[in-house]
Design a protein around this ligand. Structure first.
Ligand SMILES: Nc1ncnc2c1ncn2[C@@H]1O[C@H](COP(=O)(O)OP(=O)(O)O)[C@@H](O)[C@H]1O
Ligand SMILES: [Mg+2]
Length: 424
């Protein structure tokens, strides 16, 4: 079998490494990939949202399955494109069609979905510039802090949490009337603030059956103690100690089952990952959001813990036989620490040579923003590498990640030294 993975981050390197362990796969391709995927697969430099280029690549290389890493190609309809094309329609795509991808592509849609199918979530209402004053009135009924979300994709920047009512009103107006986040904020979801601790649960589904993958907690802020600007993610831990069996049972019964049943009821044939962002409020789950793909860096701790053949699971997704597939997870804890470019998430420099990562043997080095230039591995993004390790405890795994990081260097390398600080 020949498999194509779309994307270029740490998540996609983790997919590539996991799939490379399958003896059912003969050739792995990644588009566009990074310096890490280049070592274990063939990188092809095309843009995953250029569907014609994807088609040519698939036909030229006799690809038998496409695994979609990031959300953009899904929301733009890569799966629908395959189904509508005579030459591609029998090649399975792991990732939902446009209708399912709306769970991430529109926060208003996903809140309506949750409400309709009784999935626990914060109470909400949506507004546009045409009913802005109703938005002000709704804000007045809520307690601070106020949560305002741009409906559409906003690269993780479209959510504002504000303490003052006046500020919330002003920001709402900026979003809907002055397009603060472009077209994405022409509709804004305002919701009740949820208390509790956040975590993510990942589900793989063939539309009928599902497997619940390991849970993870990620660290989004740039600064230690969860301070400073939001990033794409600075580290992650799996499993999550406070997500005990009783909590995870509630997640399965109250969230996962109604979500899968809801998709079926609504005629959405969903084949792929569902990332469920959750708040744990005193042992009760409430959904913060759905994403329609795996998280990054959560993938760098979730996939290493899965012992089953990932390609075999994907075949189950494609053939709707996921219930017949075996699935097991190691009890070990996995941690990952992200190495980022100095300055990130604001302006940073690229093309800094990265050294020492070949000497790491106690951890897995997942490349994210890296590329090869003049036979050297250099930085090519804000998030550069995720260093993942196993341990019997969070502390043990983290210690390995940090020891491995001591061997790695690039100009202005930065990372958080306190991943997991709130859990140990
Ligand atoms: N209702 C809410 N109550 C409390 N915090 C929230 C709520 N909604 C979102 N957040 C916080 O804001 C973050 C971003 O919101 P989310 O819905 O995940 O949007 P996105 O990931 O698209 O930016 C969440 O990870 C969570 O920390
Ligand atoms: Mg989120």
């Amino acid at each position: 079998m020949n498999v194509l993975i779309l994307g270029s981050g740490g998540r996609e390197h983790a997919f590539t490494l996991k799939l490379s362990e399958s003896n059912k796969i003969s050739n792995l391709f990644v588009a566009p990939g990074n310096a890490g995927t280049d070592k274990i697969a063939k990188n092809i430099n095309i843009n995953p949202t250029d569907f014609i280029a994807v088609k040519n690549l698939v036909l030229q290389n006799n690809i038998n399955m496409v695994v979609v890493g990031p959300e953009a190609p899904l929301v733009e309809g890569v799966h629908d494109f395959f189904l509508a094309d005579a030459e591609l329609k029998n090649i399975p795509v792991i990732g939902p069609k446009k209708d399912g991808a709306l769970l991430e592509g529109s926060k208003d849609f996903s809140k309506q979905f949750m409400q309709k199918h009784n999935v626990p979530t914060a109470k909400y209402q949506s507004f546009t510039k045409d009913n802005l004053t109703d938005g002000f009135t709704f804000l007045e009924t809520l307690e601070p802090p106020y949560v305002l979300k741009a409906d559409g994709l906003a690269a993780g920047k479209g959510v504002l949490i504000l303490n003052s009512l006046d500020e919330a009103k002003a920001e709402l107006e900026e979003m809907v009337s002055n397009q603060k986040f472009g077209e994405a904020s022409s509709t804004v979801v305002i919701e009740e603030f949820l208390k509790g601790i956040e975590l993510s649960v990942f589900v793989l589904t063939d539309g009928k059956n599902y497997k619940i993958l390991p849970s993870a907690k990620d660290y989004k802020r740039i600064g230690e103690g969860d301070t400073g600007l939001n990033t794409g993610g600075m580290g992650a831990i799996s499993p999550v100690p406070f997500a005990d069996e009783s909590f995870l049972n509630k997640v399965e019964e109250l969230v996962v089952k109604p979500t899968i049943a809801g998709l079926q009821k609504d005629g959405i044939d969903y084949r792929g990952f569902i990332f469920i962002g959750l708040m744990n409020d005193n042992g009760n789950p409430s959904v913060v959001e759905y994403n329609v793909r795996m998280g990054d860096p959560e993938t760098e701790v979730v996939l290493p813990r899965i012992e089953s053949d990932l390609f075999d699971l994907f075949e189950g997704v494609a053939n709707q036989t996921l219930d017949q597939k075996s699935f097991s997870v190691t009890d070990k804890t996995a941690t990952t620490v992200m190495l980022v470019s100095g300055g990130y998430p604001e302006a940073y420099q690229k093309e800094k040579e990265i050294t020492g990562f070949d000497n790491v043997n106690d951890s897995i080095v997942f490349h994210a923003g890296t590329k090869i230039k003049d036979n050297k591995v250099v930085t090519n993004g804000g998030r550069v590498m995720a260093i993942s390790s196993f341990g019997n405890t969070i502390e043990e795994a983290l210690q390995k990640s940090y020891k491995s990081i001591d061997k790695i260097n690039f100009d202005k390398m930065n990372y958080r030294k306190d991943i997991g600080f709130d859990l140990v």
